[in-house]
Design a protein around this ligand. Structure first.
Ligand code: SD4
Length: 318
């Protein structure tokens, strides 16, 4: 069933869906909807993997990646490795609207944010400090979504610098617990499309690591002449394939959204058969779909949809 307007986002983050939907209902643009929706998850620290206080890196710090894309103008704003600022998607939008640039990174992105009036504060919490110190000690503490990762012990300490632990292709999925970006697509009545993402990336990442989420065509993509897509999962692998761009281009060529999502996932699978990842897609008529790579321990991917068919966000799975 297809209808417009439409909001669709990764994972069962229903308050984010509701925030985006009510933004559209009260006359906000699709960009407003994506920004408000993702910001809701940043505030709520959805699953510990969006916003502050999650996914401490190898040095214990939480850093954020986010992007937002306007499918009418093809403008994009993104931030990566953003430090000390909670509202990453807000900063991404400021990059899009207040500069001629697309992506700002690290300390400089934080300085830009402060100049734009965002408040600098520590993103560390007791919880993230605890995850970090337990990991340093070698105590495995899979903090969330345990069901996704069959053998979390494989990703635990004792501490060794990540750089010495490069995974083989086959083993990759075992080292990817603690992933759950919000990726969102919003479409209005007139078929305007926006998409965005926000995440704190990957737990125990090498400082400086940037995932797929702030990369155009990887974490998300929007083109009001074709549709939108957003991805979640093992960004280090997924960003090599630009799955969101691929899915939108397949929809442009006539593929229905589910088929487009499936193809984007299988393209990655050819090289990384056990990678952890999923994607959501919607075309300009309000048809939507999703796909994930089913691996042991990850047999269903949950996502949320709001359209005129229901008063409350609907939980879907694939
Ligand atoms: C990343 N893709 O930084 C993000 C994490 C994620 O579901 O999507 N988790 O790799």
């Amino acid at each position: 069933h297809a209808s417009l307007p439409l909001v669709i986002n990764t994972w069962p983050f229903k308050n984010a869906t509701a925030a985006a939907w009510s933004t559209l209902q009260s006359g906000g643009s699709v960009l407003d909807a994506v920004e408000k929706g993702c910001a809701r998850c940043e505030t709520e620290q959805c699953d510990g993997s969006v916003g502050y206080g999650g996914s401490p890196d190898e040095s214990g710090e939480t850093t954020l990646d986010a992007m937002i894309m306007n499918g009418d103008t093809m403008e994009v704003g993104a931030v990566a490795d953003l430090k000390r600022i909670k509202n990453a998607i807000g900063v991404a939008r400021a990059v899009m609207e207040k500069t001629d640039h697309t992506l700002l990174v690290g300390e400089s992105a934080s300085l830009f944010a402060e100049n734009m009036g965002f408040i600098a504060e520590d993103l560390t919490t007791n919880k993230s400090m605890n995850i970090f110190s337990q990991w340093l000690k070698g105590n495995c503490q899979p903090n969330y979504r345990k069901n996704v990762f069959p053998d979390p012990s494989k990703s635990c300490g004792p501490y060794k610098p990540r750089a010495t632990l490069k995974q083989t292709k086959r083993k990759r999925h075992a080292n990817t617990h603690s992933h759950d970006t919000i990726g969102m697509i919003a479409l209005d009545q007139d078929g305007h499309v926006a998409a965005g993402t926000s995440t704190n990336g990957l737990t125990h990442k090498v400082p400086g690591r940037v995932g797929d989420s702030p990369i155009v065509g990887a974490g998300a993509y929007a083109d009001s002449s074709a549709g939108g897509a957003a991805a979640t999962g093992d960004g280090d692998v997924m960003m090599r394939f630009l799955p969101s761009y691929l899915a939108v281009e397949l929809m442009r060529a006539g593929a229905d959204p589910s088929a487009a999502c499936k193809t984007a996932i299988s393209r990655i699978k050819r090289h990384y058969s056990e990678f952890f990842g999923a994607i959501i897609c919607a075309n300009t008529t309000g048809h939507y779909g999703a796909a994930c790579n089913k691996v042991p321990g990850f047999s269903h991917f949950h996502y949320m949809v709001s359209n005129t068919e229901s008063d409350t966000p609907l939980l879907k799975s694939v």
